[in-house]
Design a protein around this ligand. Sequence first.
Ligand code: P6P
Length: 336
Amino acid sequence: MTAKISLTRYLVEKQRVDESVPSHLRLLIEVVARACKSISHAVNKGALGGVLGTAHTENVQGEVQKKLDIIANEVLIEANEWGGHLAAMASEEMDEILAVPHRYPQGEYLLLFDPLDGSSNIDVNVSIGTIFSVLKKPENGHGQAVSEQDFLQCGSRQVAAGYCIYGPQTTLVLTVGDGVAMFTLDREQGSFVLTEDQVRIPEDTKEFAINMSNMRHWDAPVRRYVDECLEGKEGPRGKDFNMRWVASMVADVHRILTRGGIFMYPWDKREPEKPGKLRLMYEANPMSWLVEQAGGAATNGRQRILDVQPKKLHERVSVILGSKNEVERVTKYHGT
Ligand code: P6P
């Protein structure tokens, strides 16, 4: 019986081998993992915990907040503010950044998160998740207060990224820049245990994920790609495709990391002034880094998502990610 590798042991061994996980970053990841365990517990209670339904408030995105959105946000803030590893946090659920209170030591990291992605699925018992991204606070002179500008870094500058999916299993998926590892929550031990390491996404796939109800609003390249998939064996692709759409990015990305596929939430004509629906800093960037670290690709149709220079904290982006050869095909169609 091989020894179970806990998240803590995985991180300690990484820290020992190549310093890719300095002690404060290890603390940060472990604190986020503990917060995800608490969120998983609240999610799993459902109606029994009185946590379903809306909170009758809206977030910065103008979206109605679910009670669990707010609970998850508060759990992550309370878990991370005292440890001395963070300078500030940013969340999909908060308009402004949140600097660590002065009563606690300030750290060198910035934590961004979507506390509960896919919350439209909460009340119908479909998988949801927490997405997180870690940046280093830029050296901007001693004593200068942390600002939103400090967060506006390309996704290629992330030092850790991951998500925790609350589904049939609660699984934490993490990269610190040398591959992707998956840790499943062992509820008897109360710890995350390594269940997959060096995850690889197949370069080809027969499965695409997109919200088909938006078809009439898509730009031509996306329409062409999906039409060719639908033409199946008789069409230019010479093979039949399957379709999935969970409407939880975490669940769709987890499936792609597990068996391949392509996920698309592209720009469309419904709100032409917005580049897309998904948020760059705490949805697209962490998911894109995970996908690239697993051998996949992630673009906005024209450039690598991790190279997009953010201008605003809550800015949106068009997302095409997953099996490398499929993402390259869609991106090529955008160039023609
Ligand atoms: P639609 C969830 O609200 C989310 O941000 C992603 O998790 C998901 O992929 C997408 O929006 C679903 O959007 O328009 O299909 O409901």
